[in-house]
Design a protein around this ligand. Sequence first.
Ligand code: ASP
Length: 317
Amino acid sequence: MTYGTIATWRMAHEGVIKANELLKKQGTAGDAVEALINTVEAYTYYKSVGYGGLPNEQGVVEMDAAFMNGDSFAIGAVAGIQNVKHAVSVARSLSHDHFNSFRVGSGATQYAMQNDFEIVNMLTPRARKIWQNRLKEMREKNLNPYDGHDTVGAITLDLQGSMAAATSTSGLFMKKAGRIGDSPLSGSGFYVDSEVGGAAATGLGEDIMKGCLSYEIVRLMADGKTPQEACDQAVYPFIEKLKKRYGKAGEFSLVAMNHKGEWGVATNVEFTFSVGNEQKASRILMANPGSDQTTIIEPITQAWLDAYEKRIKAPVE
Ligand code: ASP
């Protein structure tokens, strides 16, 4: 038996380190994935997840999150939840219920309030400023509003062989009120089966859900593909199909890990992720689409990391 964690984007890295420390000490996959996502949700400078996340066009932070137990297939999810610091913890709590385990809007928020989850105003002054600036820019320059997003999605494997998956996001910046992406949707934003492996997605939810890509990756792993083969074979042909039949395809990035701790990713944009297992410590890597429906994976450079740090903390005028 071995352990491992993979998660989307550089922002997940500190959470991945924490998850692998827990897993090393016999922590469960469920606890590790929740701790990972909580770490990202609490960090103010990440503009697309949890506290500090950017709001919808009305200035309201509406979050989507999900949790899945790969042993029992139990799922809990929330969508359009407001004023809750750790949406993924609410989702995990809901996963214990057979009925009413996916709640949206005020029903989700009420559940969180009634069950003592931390309630805070999620719109930080910095996020409010970015939203106000964007409104102004949109008026002045007629810009496409939807250019800020990113979900933290993660898969964990523990030393007992159990796996879990979870996601959390504030969704597309400037989305319409009530818009829900792929992240809380089983099979699209995430899926995990402890006997096979799991996958999680980030990118344009409206398009990811057209292909149920997380489920498709797990299905291909169950057919004997490695996580990398499964990611490549699920994602790239689907993007081609979507371009042909729908006329366009948004940005997609998926990560996967199997029950042996092996992993893979596929993406059609520059994509960072964090991964670690019993054999190799947690590290940040960069993926890019390669030729012939493959993925190029390289170590991240210090220059990239420095520029990222500067970018996320840049003052907002
Ligand atoms: N998948 C998220 C959504 O559509 C956003 C993202 O991951 O970039 O809400």
